[in-house]
Design a protein around this ligand. Structure first.
Ligand code: OAD
Length: 239
């Protein structure tokens, strides 16, 4: 399968969904989940940090881990892949929808409108417990994590942790779009985490996987392009 043929499919597709994973941001310098195992937090398993149980056991540790990820993401820029997607959307309003598993906000910073962030957003916080009348995000007691000065309710990252449900409205919108689209680009995901990975299996449209390595969704693909997102997407999505 060559890129020229996929480019033809893209031209013919009225509606396109791009499902992205950590590999989409790799060339911006954001480590993928696999690569993160080698970094500063290599002594900790994401499963221990990215859970409500982990947060309750050691809120400061988990808060600090997310702060370090926030700082890391703030230092990087959207790459040529993110920018090519946003430019395509500007040229073809309403034709391509981004559904992402990434919490780094890079699609949004590149200018993609209406991104469905299935796993939440690193830049945002929310309450750990259902907010009481005293809980006001504009009046927080500083801390790691910050909390409500009256009742002590803690702020936590607004990301989906292991064992938690995905945001209902985003998932429903993603399922509807995936089911109905003519073409799905599956970019930079290992394809092992559901329900996101299931979107690629539920579509009636063609599926194109973009990944330099084998992924668990290769068997669902009509075409597999072995390459990186920052190299392939500009080539595929330009006029
Ligand atoms: P992974 O880290 O599991 O997989 C990253 C994928 O990107 C791999 O298949 C790599 O081969 C591929 N890749 C690496 N560099 C690339 C590049 N430059 N261009 C294209 N592909 C590249 O990340 P995800 O599949 O996104 O969930 O992980 C899915 C979910 O697992 C995450 O959202 C997270 C984690 O548990 C939650 O936090 C809820």
């Amino acid at each position: 399968m060559n890129t020229a043929e996929v480019r033809q499919w893209l031209r013919a597709a009225r509606t396109i969904v791009l499902l992205s994973g950590a590999g989409m941001s790799a060339e911006s310098g954001v480590p993928t989940f696999r690569d993160a195992q080698a970094g500063l937090w290599a002594d900790f398993r994401p499963e221990d940090l990215a859970t409500e149980q982990g947060f309750r056991a050691d809120p400061r540790l988990v808060w600090d881990w997310y702060q370090s990820r926030r700082e890391g993401v703030a230092r990087v820029q959207p790459n040529a892949g993110h920018l090519a997607v946003a430019a395509f959307q500007q040229r073809h309003p309403g034709r391509l929808l981004v559904v992402t598993q990434n919490v780094d906000g890079l699609h949004q910073r590149a200018g993609s409108p209406g991104v469905l962030a299935l796993h939440g957003n690193l830049a945002q916080d929310k309450w750990l417990e259902p907010p009481r009348r005293c809980c006001d995000p504009a009046r927080l007691q500083e801390g790691r994590p910050p909390c409500c000065p009256a009742c002590g309710n803690q702020r936590r990252p607004a990301v989906v942790w292991f064992g938690e449900m995905l945001p209902e409205a985003e998932l429903a919108a993603a399922e509807a779009a995936a089911g109905a689209c003519d073409l799905m680009l599956v970019v930079g995901t290992s394809g092992v985490v559901y329900p996101a990975a299931g979107l690629a299996r539920a579509t009636r449209g063609r599926v194109v996987v973009i990944n330099p390595e084998p992924s668990a969704l290769d068997d669902a693909a009509d075409a597999v392009l072995r390459g990186t997102s920052a190299l392939l997407l500009p080539d595929l999505l330009e006029e």
